[in-house]
Design a protein around this ligand. Structure first.
Ligand SMILES: [Cu+2]
Length: 307
C-alpha cells in the first residue's frame, strides 16, 4: 500500500503528539526557573549594568541620554524575557515530545491549531509595532529643533575637524589638525587633539557639514551619531549637562587616516566657555575651504570658463 508522510497510519501505532504531555507540570517549573534566573541576572547591581553597558558615563550626560538609556535597557529586558520564554517553550517541546524507545512509525505530520497559529503570528507583529512606536516617539523628541544661543558649524575634513562658533553675536573658529597615533601603541596626549568646547546646561545646535567625503560625528558618551554629508547640513540639538572631557571621533570610514580623525569635547562652565572662546580666532572658516565649494553649493561650474 502506498504510504505518504501525511497519511501514514498503517505502520504500527503512530503516536499523536497530543498524547505526550506527561511532564507538563515539571516543564512549567523549568520555564519559571529560567525566567526567574533571567530576571535575577538583569537586576545586576553595577552602575554599568544598569545603563546597559552604554558609553554615557552619567545617566544625564546630555538632556537626551536618560531617555535613550531607558529605551535601550527596557528594550533589552523585554527581548530577554521574550527570548527566555521562547527558548523555554522550545526546550519543553524538544523534551516533552521527544521520540521514546517504544515509539514506532512517524508521528502525525500535518497538525495545526488555528488559535495558536494566529497567536504566534500576531504577537511578534504587535511587538515590532510597539518597539517601532517607542523608537519613533523618542527619535522625534531628540531631533526636534531647539532655538539655541550657541550654534556650532562643525566641518569635517580628511582627517580632522573645524569648529565655527556663533554665540551671542560673536563668531569664532578653531581649525583642527589631524591626530597622529603612536606607532608603539602608547597613549597620546588628549590636549593635542582638536577640542570642541560646550557650556554645561546650555542648549547647542550642531550644524554638521563635510568639506570632502562622508564623515560621521560621534561622541559616544552623548549616545548620538550623525552622518556629515558634502552639500547637506545635518543637525544635532542637545544640552550637555555634566562637565567633563569626552572623546569624539569620526564614525564613517573616510580614507587612509580615518582612525586619526579624533577630537575632544570639553563640557565646561559658561565662564570657562567664554574664556576659551575669547582665545580663538575671529570669524568663521566656512565653505571656502571645502574641496569643491562650488559643487557643494549646487552651482557646479567648469573651471576656466567665464561667469
Ligand atoms: Cu571621517
Amino acid at each position: 500500500m502506498k504510504t505518504t508522510f501525511c497519511t501514514n497510519k498503517e505502520e504500527g501505532p503512530s503516536v499523536s503528539s497530543q498524547d505526550r504531555t506527561g511532564s507538563r507540570g515539571s516543564a512549567k517549573a523549568k520555564v519559571l526557573a529560567l525566567v526567574g534566573t533571567g530576571a535575577l541576572l538583569l537586576t545586576g547591581c553595577s552602575a554599568e549594568a544598569k545603563r546597559g553597558w552604554l558609553p554615557n558615563v552619567e545617566r544625564d550626560t546630555t538632556n537626551h541620554t536618560g531617555a535613550i538609556q531607558d529605551f535601550w535597557v527596557h528594550s533589552w529586558i523585554a527581548v530577554v524575557v521574550i527570548g527566555v520564554l521562547t527558548w523555554g517553550l522550545m526546550l519543553w517541546c524538544i523534551v516533552a515530545y521527544r521520540r521514546r524507545k517504544t515509539d514506532t512509525g512517524y508521528p502525525r505530520q500535518l497538525s495545526y491549531n488555528m488559535p495558536l497559529e494566529i497567536f504566534y503570528t500576531a504577537i511578534p507583529l504587535v511587538l515590532v509595532l510597539v518597539f517601532f512606536s517607542f523608537n519613533n516617539t523618542l527619535e522625534k523628541s531628540i531631533n526636534k529643533p531647539v532655538d539655541s544661543q550657541l550654534v556650532v558649524d562643525v566641518r569635517a575634513k580628511q582627517w580632522s575637524w573645524d569648529f565655527n562658533y556663533s554665540y551671542q553675536g560673536t563668531e569664532k573658529h578653531f581649525a583642527g589638525t589631524q591626530a597622529h597615533l603612536h606607532t608603539d601603541g602608547s597613549e597620546g596626549a588628549r590636549e593635542e587633539l582638536p577640542t570642541l568646547y560646550l557650556p554645561a546646561g546650555k542648549s547647542v545646535q550642531l550644524d554638521l557639514n563635510s568639506r570632502d567625503v562622508i564623515h560621521s560625528f560621534w561622541v559616544p558618551a552623548f549616545l548620538q551619531k550623525l552622518d556629515m554629508i558634502p552639500g547637506k547640513t545635518n543637525h544635532i540639538y542637545l544640552t550637555p549637562q555634566v562637565e567633563g572631557n569626552y572623546d569624539g571621533k569620526c564614525a564613517e570610514l573616510c580614507g587612509e587616516y580615518h582612525s586619526e580623525m579624533l577630537f575632544n569635547v570639553k563640557v565646561v562652565s559658561e565662564a570657562e566657555f567664554k574664556a576659551q572662546l575669547a582665545k580663538m580666532d575671529d570669524g568663521h572658516i566656512g565653505e571656502e575651504y571645502d574641496r569643491q565649494p562650488d559643487a557643494v553649493n549646487g552651482k557646479v561650474v567648469t573651471h576656466g570658463e567665464g561667469e
